[in-house]
Design a protein around this ligand. Sequence first.
Ligand code: SAH
Length: 216
Amino acid sequence: MSLEARKIRLLMQLRRAGITDTAVLAAIEKVPRERFVPPSFRDQAYENIALPIGLGQTISQPEVVATMTQALEATRRHTVLEVGTGSGYQAAVLSRICRRLYTIERHADLLKEAEARFAELRLHNITWRRGDGSRGWPEPRRFDRIIVTCAAELTPEPLLEQLQEGGCLILPVGGQGRTQELLRLRKTKDGIRQEELGFVRFVPLVADPVERRSAG
Ligand code: SAH
């Protein structure tokens, strides 16, 4: 079966799984997932599975990417932050939906490959940085939407601070080897409202150690 035929099959699977947002489906149709996976996995690029991308990290399952993207409710007017660039696939999908996409990754090598893919695909509305995304974007900035693609034990406070009122944050919460839950947190003028979106499995969010001040 050709990659094109496999892609059509995947899009049908996503529709059956409840992905109805046409902007999300169109973005997934447009972004060539085979360019975001190692060459040896290219023929599996349109299977509904997560695949390894090196350094113990994975490109998420297409259904999870689609579910999170749909839940984010992003539009052309929105500035979005992603924590965990990885292969750059989720960033590429989102960049076709939102106005500008900021993405942060702790592994320099993964980021370098993602950068090359953004250039090759002429995705000019993406800004990337190497760093610890649990601390938020390194410069003060507000985001209309935030998506975290690695699992934290708790919601990182700086992300809630950088979220615009009226905006939402999608993230998996839970430890490794335990159940992780996908959450949508909406920032309202009365505080944070939480919704549970189902169970998922993500690689861990690894926060840089906070520098300790030595006593003496
Ligand atoms: N969105 C990615 C999924 C990558 S897996 C894709 O579409 O391919 C999650 C990524 O989060 C990994 O690349 C991992 O290195 C990164 N990560 C983990 N902890 C992080 C942190 N504190 N800050 C930034 N990136 C982090």
